[in-house]
Design a protein around this ligand. Structure first.
Ligand code: SDX
Length: 392
C-alpha cells in the first residue's frame, strides 16, 4: 500500500520498473506527477516548478524555485564548437534529426558531468540537458530557415527565452507575448513526463548500462520522433489540414475503421488511456484561450472539434475506447503561435527532456538497479544441424 494506491502483485511482476514520478490510471483518465493532478499543475504552476517537482519530489518554495531558475539559466548556452556542428547538416534536415545529433554530441563536450556514480555530476548533467534543449531546438529551427542563431537572454523566463531564440532576429527587439508564453509553458507541462512511454523506456534502458547521460537522451529523442509516439502531433495537424473541412470528416473516420486501410486517426487512441487523456482536455481549453486572445480564427480548429465530436459518437471508437490524446490539439496551438509542423515533435522533445532526466536520475540513483534485459518469447526453429552450401 502506498497512499491510496494498491499494487496488484500480478501487475508488479510484469512491470518493467518501479517509479514514483508519474501515476496514470488509463481507465479513469488520471495523470498525477508526484501526486499532483496534471490539471492543477497545468493551470496553476510553471514548467520550471514541474521540472523541480519531477527531479526532487516536492514542489519548490519561492527561494528554491529562484535558485533552480538561476541554475538552469546559467546552463542555457551551448559550447561554441557545437554551433559549428550544425553546419554539418543539410538545411532541409528534420529538426528532430538535428536535435538527436546535437544532443548526442553533448556527450563529446561535457566530460565533467558524466561520472554517474557522483550525485552532484548527475544533477549537473540533468540541469545542463534541461537548460540546453530549448537552445538546441531553437538553433535547429534557425538553421532550417537560414537565420542567425540568437544567444540565450538570461533576463527572460525559460519559455520566453525559447520563444525569443526561435522567433527573434538580431535586427529587431523581440517582445515576448505573455499569452503565448503562458500557453507554451502550459504545453511544456503537459508533455513533461508520462510514466514508462516508449521514449522514456528507451532512456532508462540505455541509461541502465551506465551510458553517457547525454547519449541516453539522444536515444530518447530518436524514439520520440516516430509517428506512433511524439511524431503524432505533426501527423495530426497534417491530417486535419488534409481533411480540410467538416464535410470530409466521415470519409476519414471510415478510413480509420477500415482494417485494410493503414490510415489511423492521428491524435486518437493510446496504449494506456482508455478514457479521455486529461492532457487533451487542458489542451483543448488552451486552444480556445490562445485563439481568443490572439484573434486567431483557424478553420482547422473547427475541423478538430467536429472530428472529435463525430468520432466519440462512432461505435468503432466508443467500443475500442479511442479518445483524443495529448497530440490531437497541440499542433493547432503550436501552428497558431507560428511553429512549422516540423518543429512540433522538437517541442515535445524539449519538454519531455525533463521527464527523461528525472526518470534517468531515479533509476541511476537506485543502488539496486541492474542493466535492463527485456525477455523474449522465442518463435524461431528448434535446433537443427548445419548443411554445407553445396547441399542446400
Ligand atoms: C503519445 O505511451 C505514452 O504515454 C505516449 C504519450 C506520451 O506522453 O509519451 O502519451 C504520447 O505517443 C500519444 C499517442 C500518439 N500517437 C497517435 O496519436 C497515433 C495514432 N494512434 C495510434 O497509432 C494508436 O492509438 C497508438 C499507437 C497510440 C496505440 O496503438 P495500440 O496500442 O494498437 O492501441 P490499442 O491497442 O488501444 O488499439 C485498439 C484498437 C486496435 O484495433 P484492433 O487491433 O483491436 O482491431 O484500436 C485501433 C487499433 O488498430 N486503433 C485505432 C487508432 N488507435 C488504435 N484505429 C484508428 N485510429 C486510431 N488512432
Amino acid at each position: 500500500q502506498t497512499g491510496t494506491f494498491t499494487y496488484d502483485p500480478g501487475f508488479t511482476s510484469t512491470a518493467s520498473c518501479e517509479s514514483g514520478l508519474t501515476y496514470i490510471d488509463g481507465d479513469q483518465g488520471v495523470l498525477l506527477h508526484r501526486g499532483y493532478p496534471i490539471g492543477q499543475l497545468a493551470e496553476q504552476s510553471s514548467f520550471m516548478e514541474v521540472a523541480y517537482l519531477l527531479l526532487n519530489g516536492e514542489l519548490p518554495n519561492g527561494q528554491e524555485l529562484d535558485k533552480f531558475n538561476s541554475t538552469i539559466t546559467r546552463h542555457t548556452m551551448l559550447h561554441e564548437q557545437l554551433a559549428t556542428f550544425y553546419r554539418g547538416f543539410r538545411r532541409d534536415a528534420h529538426p528532430m534529426a538535428v536535435m538527436c545529433g546535437v544532443a548526442g554530441a553533448l556527450s563529446a563536450f561535457y566530460h565533467d558531468s558524466t561520472d554517474i556514480t557522483d550525485p552532484q555530476q548527475r544533477m549537473i548533467a540533468s540541469h545542463r540537458l534541461i537548460a540546453k534543449m530549448p537552445t538546441i531546438a531553437a538553433m535547429a529551427y534557425k538553421y532550417s530557415v537560414g537565420q542567425p542563431f540568437l544567444y540565450p537572454d538570461n533576463s527572460l523566463s525559460y519559455t520566453g527565452n525559447f520563444l525569443r531564440m526561435t522567433f527573434g532576429v538580431p535586427a529587431e527587439q523581440y517582445e515576448v507575448n505573455p499569452v503565448v508564453e503562458k500557453a507554451l509553458d502550459r504545453i511544456f507541462i503537459l508533455h513533461a513526463d508520462h510514466e514508462q512511454n516508449a521514449s522514456t523506456s528507451t532512456v532508462r534502458l540505455a541509461g541502465s548500462s551506465g551510458a553517457n547521460p547525454f547519449a541516453c537522451i539522444a536515444a530518447g529523442i530518436a524514439c520520440l520522433w516516430g509517428p506512433a509516439h511524439g511524431g503524432a502531433n505533426e501527423a495530426a495537424l497534417n491530417m486535419l489540414h488534409e481533411i480540410g473541412r467538416p464535410e470530409r470528416i466521415p470519409e476519414f473516420i471510415a478510413r480509420a475503421k477500415d482494417k485494410n486501410d493503414p490510415f489511423r486517426l492521428m491524435g486518437f487512441g493510446h496504449r494506456v488511456y482508455k478514457n479521455y487523456d486529461p492532457r487533451a482536455t487542458v489542451m483543448q481549453k488552451t486552444v480556445r484561450e490562445v485563439f481568443e486572445s490572439l484573434g486567431v480564427n483557424d478553420p482547422v480548429f473547427e475541423v478538430a472539434l467536429r472530428l472529435e465530436e463525430l468520432a466519440l459518437k462512432d461505435d468503432y471508437f466508443v467500443e475500442k475506447k479511442l479518445f483524443p490524446n495529448v497530440d490531437f490539439y497541440s499542433g493547432v496551438i503550436l501552428s497558431a503561435i507560428g511553429f512549422p509542423t516540423t518543429m512540433f515533435t522538437a517541442l515535445f522533445a524539449l519538454a519531455r527532456t525533463v521527464g527523461w532526466v528525472a526518470q534517468w536520475n531515479e533509476m541511476i540513483s537506485d543502488p539496486e538497479q541492474k542493466i535492463g534485459r527485456p525477455r523474449q518469447l522465442y518463435t524461431g526453429p528448434t535446433q537443427r544441424d548445419y548443411v554445407p552450401v553445396g547441399q542446400r
